[in-house]
Design a protein around this ligand. Structure first.
Ligand code: TLP
Length: 353
């Protein structure tokens, strides 16, 4: 059976053109700084995000970890959202490897961290407290429904953090989705942060890789951290070429994924027994490529619906809190016809007796 895979935008297959770019890329040893394709990708991403330098890493998790380790040390504290990917899904790496104390505060439904709550969380200089070194944002915010944070909000966090001598790191796994959805230059979303991690292997459709950007000094430190976690790669231009191809060809098309997600959301909201979430004004639930919804029928949970969808050729992703929430993601390999087929499958799966 040919599945419609809506589990994640990480499921994309590299296109033939991307594979050709990979196969023909000039390469060298990147640990020696000699891979021309990696160097080009790092410079290109840094230029797009208005930063001095970039660092190619194996994954979003490695990019966030390397950045946090470069900003903070043992006994330091970082403020982040209680629904942040870094807090929930990165195996506690910053605490495990860096001894960095996470200080989670509540994410608002739009993925922001309320400014007054950030202010209240920043530690005073007192021997009892770990010093606050870092604030982490996420844009788009995965668990908050793929919502994009605005440039004005990011600026406000940057201003607050910098006035207290604190750095800001942005998990921009889906930063380009945010920029396309808001109709802004990606640089507008990164101008006030000290470091940013962007994934190539999600909506951009590359098979592997993320890029961290920041000042030259910061990137030198992050490069050392990448080495510590075993992330120094050799002829990595083979995979960096996919990222370069994606930057050139797969950004504008993210708007198609967002349209497909809106279409899917409209279909879901018309199905009895399902409701879109997180809670927002009708029509405001879905802004990018992630569609979260809850099952309101007490007799079906997300695991059951996932199995029923699978039997109908559609793959989805149960996701907490609770046992009745699911996420579907649109991407490069999902067509509008697939969305219509997925809505039909959902309707029949919910009403199966
Ligand atoms: N998210 C994946 C899974 O880990 C849940 C997904 O399918 O959404 N930041 C954010 C906001 C992410 O969503 C992810 C991946 C990462 C970081 C980590 O990236 P990778 O998987 O490349 O380590």
């Amino acid at each position: 059976m040919q599945f419609i895979d809506l589990r994640s935008d990480t499921m994309t297959q590299p296109t033939m053109e991307m594979r050709t770019a990979m196969a023909t890329a000039p390469v060298g040893d990147d640990v020696y700084g000699e891979d021309p394709t990696v160097n080009r990708l790092e410079a290109e991403m840094a230029a797009r995000l208005g930063k001095e330098a970039g660092l190619f890493v194996a994954s979003g998790t490695m990019g966030n970890l390397g950045s946090i380790l470069a900003h903070a040390g043992r006994g330091d504290e970082m403020i982040l959202g209680d629904l942040a990917h870094t807090f929930l899904y990165e195996a506690g790496g910053a605490a495990a490897l860096g001894g960095i104390h996470p200080h989670p505060i509540h994410n608002a439904p739009d993925g922001s961290l309320p400014l007054d709550e950030i202010k209240a969380a920043i530690r005073e200089d007192d021997v009892h407290f770990p010093p606050t070194r870092l604030i982490c944002l996420e844009n788009t915010h995965n668990r908050c429904g793929g919502y994009p944070l605005s440039p004005e909000y990011c600026d406000a966090v940057g201003e607050l953090a910098h006035s207290r001598g604190i750095a800001v790191h942005l998990d921009g796994a889906r930063l380009f989705n945010a920029a396309v959805a808001l109709g802004v230059d990606p640089h507008d979303l990164t101008r006030s942060v000290d470091s940013v991690m962007v994934c190539l292997s999600k909506g951009l459709g590359a098979p592997v890789g993320s890029v961290v950007c920041g000042t030259r000094e910061f990137i030198a430190q992050a490069r050392r951290m990448r080495k510590i976690v075993g992330g120094g790669m050799r002829q990595a231009g083979i995979i960096a070429a996919a990222g370069l191809y994606a930057l050139e060809h797969h950004i504008d098309r993210l708007a198609d994924d967002h349209e497909n997600a809106a279409r899917l959301a409209a279909g879901i909201s018309a199905i009895e027994g399902l409701e879109l979430g997180p809670d927002r004004a009708p029509g405001q639930e879905v802004k990018t490529n992630l569609v979260y919804f809850r099952i309101t029928r007490p007799d079906i949970d997300a695991a059951t619906l996932t199995t029923r969808l699978h039997a109908r050729g559609v793959l989805g992703h149960p996701i907490g809190p609770g046992a009745n929430q699911m996420r579907l993601a649109t991407h490069l390999n999902v067509t509008t016809a697939d969305i219509d087929a997925a809505i039909t499958a959902l309707r029949s799966a919910v009403s199966e007796t």
